[in-house]
Each structure stands twice: as C-alpha cells, then as structure tokens.
Design a protein around this ligand. Structure first.
Ligand code: LLP
Length: 416
C-alpha cells in the first residue's frame, strides 16, 4: 500500500495535491512519500520478528539525501556499492556501523574510506578482492570485517539484465569454490570473517528462489562451522519485486517471515536483508506534463516533457510502469497513446499503447518511480535533471533542486 491516491478525482501524495506540487516546482518532477517509505521499511523490519536482524536498504534504488535521512531516522542499515553511496549515507545521518559494502569492483581508495568510517562489513566477490582488502587493512593496521558473496546458482526468473545469482553472471563466488575461498580468507591476517552473503536478482515475484538460496547458504554455514569458521551474520541480499502491472510478488511480510522461519534455532546468526525496490519504488511517482498531442498514421502520441533521460526503465528494460492522470476531471477523448518524450530516439518512451483521456497541458503521473528512477537519470540531450520533492503529510520539501543550464557544463572547460 502507498500514500498516492485520488481524492475527488485529484491525485494526492499524502495530504498534498500533486497538481500543487507541479505548479510550485514545474515538471518533470519526482515526488516521494515519507509515510510510504516508512511503511515499507517497517513491513520488513516487523515481519522478521524477534530473530536478530538488520534491514540494510539498498542505496542504489534511491540515494536522495532526503530519502536516506528518513530511513536513517528509523535506524536502518544501508547496502552500498561505492564510496559515493557511503558518503551520502553519512551525510544523511546514517550509521556507518550499519553499512554493508557490495559490488565486484571496489577500488583501494573506496576500501580505505570504508575502513576509516568503520563499516559493518565488505561483501567480497572474488579472491583478488580479499587480497586487496587485506592489503589496505594492513596499511591502516586494522582488521577488515568481511563476508563472501556466494553465488547459489538459483534461477531468479527475472529480466536477464537484473538476474545475478546464476553461474553465468559476473557476481559472487561459485558455490564449489566457497569453502576454499573462506579458507584463504582465514589465512589473511588483516581480515575478520563475519558473514556470508548472496543476492540472486531483482524484481523477483516468487518466494521459492529466495528460500532455495537461503537453504543452500545455510548448508554452507554448517560446513564452515565444521571447519571452525563461525559466522555472525547471513545476508540474503535484496530483490523482492513490486507490482508494476499485474505481477503478484509476495508481500514483504510473507517474504521476511519465510526467511526468519528458516533461521529459527540459529539466533547467533543475524539475518541481514538488502531491499531497495520494495521500499522505494511505490513510494515515488514522476509527474510530467503533456506538451502536444500528435496524430500519426497508425498511432496517437502524447508527447510529454519527461523523457528517457529522466526515467530510463521503459527504454532500457522494456519496463511497464503505470501512467495515470493527475486530474481526472479534464475533458478529452479517450484514446490509445504512446507516451513519448522529446529525445531524438525511437526508444524514448515512458509507456506504449496506454488508454488515456489527455490534452496538452494535462499532468500525468508515472507510478512506481521511486526506485531506479532519478538515480538512473542523465543529462542526455543536455536536459536538466528534474527536481525531487519529498512529501511529509501536508508538507512538500524540495530534497533536490531542479538543475539549471549552468549545471549542465559544471566542471567543463572550453578551449581558449
Ligand atoms: N543488493 C545487491 C547486492 C544488489 O545488487 C541489489 C540490486 C540490491 C541489493 C537491491 O535489489 P532490489 O531489492 O532493489 O531488487 N536498475 C534495475 C535494477 C537493478 C538492481 C541491481 N541490484 C531496474 O531498474 O529494474
């Protein structure tokens, strides 16, 4: 459930009319709901129940400081994939001691920064990375907390670009090499083995692959214990899907409860979850205005002021996101439209074959845009990136200003 709903035919974000946000801050604009973010975070946190656990929100889904600050105030942990994301977490008031650092290509500078900040753990993806972390930790004369990301080889049955738990993917350490890699880690003096980790993909709509992966990891945890390697936590990654169209992913409560159930009797092993999309996607919309209606030979086009640079998911993954009217009182004929942006590419669409009653000047809202929305925006076609607004009950706060044209060439130089 989220806090975007119609009141008398007008779309509201909590207690603020979306049309008022567009009037005050222009379009395109991203709008987030604090109550929705909090509700989703608590759904995970509550469902795990009394088993020791930490919800590490995946920062990559939406790294706006306003969003991170809301979650930091709840005591959230964070899953990061770069030094930049760690800097954002700290700037937003997050606790580095609750940060796990994922990713296949951590640089020495990023590792040093994370060690200096005292993060909870590095999720290590290769033997070469173990050696690198050990060397940086030796230089700082500390022990680096590490976990190994195991590739459990389960099929997440999701889009190939966002499936990460198969052998063919670049991620993690193969199950067959897991024991020997842990043994290698145990020989490196400046490493402290604290956990095990996996992440099998994103936008998963079934429970079975998650539970399968967890079972495979638990077998390995026991094998390690037999060898005298005792872990403090098990991190199952993120990946729970959201209903964009007619998908019916398990509710976060069912998901977290199923995992917690598998962990029963293992209270010494803290359960870590890294949800991103399930917390942020439906806590955000992108609002855009119709500029022109164009009647093609075969198709009707609603040309809007947002484009693939603002929201790339439809173009990149053929993702379907609902597009709804902000004001349902406007009078226009109902037609089937391709909703397209002004960028010079055929792939520049937000939605295809959408039945809408719209006229120039009308506002549309693209739903489920809170995750992998603004964070994947670019300045392609020298378009200024949109503003981001965080609604908190009846208040709207600018959490990122709209870029202006000078921002477009910030740090660039012309030749004398
Ligand atoms: N942990 C790790 C190690 C990850 O790689 C990811 C996402 C997550 C957690 C969070 O997964 P989530 O709960 O959000 O599914 N840009 C794509 C999604 C890429 C996901 C990459 N990894 C999209 O727009 O669909």
């Amino acid at each position: 459930m989220d806090h975007f709903e119609y009141r008398d035919g007008h779309l509201y974000a909590e207690d603020v009319a979306v049309a008022d946000i567009a009037a005050a801050h222009q379009t395109p604009v991203y709008v987030y709901s604090r109550a929705t973010l909090e509700r989703h975070w608590h759904a995970f946190d509550d469902a795990v129940g009394t088993h020791p656990h930490l919800i590490c929100y995946a920062v990559k889904a939406n790294s706006n400081l306003g969003v991170l600050s809301v979650l930091a105030k709840l005591g959230s942990g964070f899953d990061i994939v770069s030094g930049g994301e760690l800097a954002r977490v700290i700037e937003a008031g997050g606790d580095p001691a609750r940060v796990v650092f994922s990713g296949v290509g951590k640089t020495s500078a990023e590792i040093r920064y994370a060690l200096e900040q005292g993060i909870l753990c590095f999720n290590v993806e290769s033997p070469a990375e173990l050696h690198r972390i050990n060397a940086v930790a030796a230089d700082l004369n500390v022990k680096a907390p590490i976990s190994l990301r195991i590739n459990p080889d389960v099929d997440a049955k999701t889009h190939p670009y966002i499936s990460t738990g198969l052998k063919a993917n670049k991620f993690g350490i193969a199950r067959e090499q897991a024991l020997q890699t842990y043994e290698l880690a145990a020989t490196l003096e400046h490493l402290n083995i604290v956990g095990m980790d996996c992440h099998i993909g994103s936008q998963l709509t079934e429970l079975a692959p998650f539970v399968d992966a967890l079972d495979r990891l638990l077998t390995l945890v026991d094998e390690l214990a037999d060898k005298g390697i005792h872990l403090q936590h098990l991190d199952v990654g993120g990946g729970l899907g959201v209903p964009y169209q007619d998908e019916t992913p398990p509710h976060p409560k069912a998901y977290a409860a199923a995992l917690a159930e598998r962990m029963a009797g293992r209270e010494a092993l803290t359960l870590i979850l890294e949800p991103g999309r399930a917390i942020a996607a439906n806590a955000g919309i992108m609002v855009t205005q119709v500029e022109f209606i164009k009647e093609g030979e075969d198709k009707h086009f609603a040309i809007v002021d947002a484009a693939m640079n603002d929201l790339i998911r439809p173009a990149l993954y053929s993702a379907w996101q609902n597009i709804i009217r902000v004001d349902t009182h406007t009078q226009a004929p109902l037609r089937v439209y391709d909703v397209v942006g002004p960028i010079c590419e055929t792939g520049d669409f937000l939605g295809r074959d959408r039945e809408l009653a719209v006229a120039p000047g009308d506002l549309l809202a693209v739903r489920s845009a809170g995750a992998y929305g603004f964070v994947m925006a670019s300045n392609y076609n020298s378009r200024c990136r949109p503003a981001e607004i965080l609604v908190d009950k009846a208040q709207m706060r600018v959490v990122r200003e709209r870029e202006n044209q000078k921002d477009l060439w910030k740090g660039e130089y012309k030749l004398p």
